[in-house]
Structure formats: structure tokens, C-alpha cells
Design a protein around this ligand. Structure first.
Ligand code: URA
Length: 213
């Protein structure tokens, strides 16, 4: 078909030996066999002091202020509080954003949580089993202590919901104050070593993973 001039790669006539990569559009004999990737996907390490929306009526800094120019019309998927940092996905793919944030998806999101003082296993078991917030029980969560000190405790907490200020309010129920909160994982996808405030493109494998969560 290539020799007969029936194959187009990104609108140009293909030649024998041409290579295509993920995201290229291939049309063979008038049939689209590979679509052009029309969406873009980024990962941000959100610093605290930024809100997760495209605009803010109160003039606060938004995560969009950290998005380099030329990236396109992306928006943040889900929310992290003003004071929360860590992993945030930005995309222009509304379908993916909808699926990732839909309550029925129940995708695990893991947070590094630092609380003042200490916490007992009995208190953590209460959180693991679910506590009442706004008259509705939270789903079960996974919690483990990763570091303790005289004045603080650090934990990894995985929840599969995204209720307003959920982690902070869960700890309030057992009388603990969260002094630092960072999202470090969405499903099995980790934040890695992306510096605070920086944005990078998600790899095709990472996008594939998110689309199949
Ligand atoms: N839980 C919170 O309390 N805040 C966040 O930003 C995310 C989860």
C-alpha cells in the first residue's frame, strides 16, 4: 500500500522504511489506523500556597501560574487544598478527568501525612475502618506509620475517595492536627523526584496506565 501511495503519515505520503511513533496519525487506504494524539497529559508537583483551579475570584495564585507557556489548555484533575502539596495531573482530556475523579472509580490516592504528636494503633484502626464525615462514613483506608519523633508522626495514608479536606478532617476526628500533607501516589503512579513547582509530560505508558485504571 505504501508503494501504491495509499498510506499517509500525519497527512504526508509515506515511504518504505518510514517510522511512526505513538501519537502519529496513520491513514491507510483511506482508513484511519492510528489516531493523532489530540490530548496532552502532565504531572505537576504542586507546592502549597496555590489553589487547584484555572482562575480565582480572590486573586490567589493558581496552579495554572506554574504551567509553562505553550502547553495548551490544560486544567487540573481533581483538587488538592491550598495548603496541600504533591501530585497533580493536568490535562485537556475531559473524559479521563471525569473517570479519574468520579466517586465510583475508587482510585487509591496515597498521601504523606505529618501530624503533631503521636498516634496509637487503636486510633489508626478507627480511621482505617472509616469515620463519619458530614453524616457519611468514609471508605476503608490503608494507613501505616513511616516515621516517629518526639513531636510528630509521619504516615502514609491511602484513601479511595476525594471528599473535601478528607485526610485533614479524618485526623481531626481522632483529635490530631495535620501539619503537612502531600499526595505522593495516584493508583500505582508515583510523584517520583519531580521538584516542587515543576511540571513534566506524562509518558505514554503512564497515560495508558491512567486510562486503564
Ligand atoms: N485530603 C485533604 O485533607 N486535603 C487534600 O488536599 C487532599 C486530601
Amino acid at each position: 500500500m505504501i508503494e501504491e501511495g495509499k498510506v499517509l503519515i500525519n497527512g504526508k505520503l509515506a515511504h518504505l522504511g518510514d517510522e511512526v511513533v505513538d501519537g502519529d496519525e496513520v491513514i491507510a487506504g483511506g482508513v484511519v489506523v492510528a489516531h493523532k494524539e489530540s490530548h496532552c497529559y502532565y504531572l505537576m508537583n504542586k507546592p502549597k500556597g496555590y489553589i487547584c483551579s484555572v482562575k480565582d475570584d480572590r486573586g490567589r495564585k493558581t496552579v495554572m501560574d506554574l504551567v509553562p507557556e505553550g502547553i495548551g489548555r490544560v486544567f487540573p484533575v481533581g483538587r488538592l487544598d491550598y495548603d496541600t502539596e504533591g501530585m497533580l495531573i493536568l490535562t485537556d482530556d475531559g473524559d479521563l478527568a471525569f473517570r479519574l475523579t468520579h466517586p465510583k472509580s475508587e482510585i487509591g490516592k496515597t498521601y504523606l501525612v505529618k501530624i503533631e504528636g503521636s498516634v496509637t494503633e487503636a486510633e489508626l484502626n478507627k480511621l482505617r475502618a472509616g469515620v463519619e464525615l458530614d453524616g457519611k462514613r468514609t471508605n476503608k483506608s490503608r494507613i501505616r506509620i513511616v516515621e516517629t519523633d518526639k513531636s510528630y508522626t509521619k504516615l502514609h495514608v491511602t484513601i479511595n475517595e476525594g471528599r473535601n479536606r478528607q485526610v485533614r478532617r479524618m485526623f481531626e476526628v481522632i483529635g490530631k492536627t495535620v501539619v503537612f500533607l502531600k499526595r505522593i501516589r495516584i493508583g500505582e503512579l508515583g510523584l517520583g523526584s519531580l521538584p516542587r513547582g515543576k511540571v513534566r509530560k506524562l509518558t505514554p505508558e503512564e497515560v495508558y496506565y491512567l486510562k486503564n485504571l
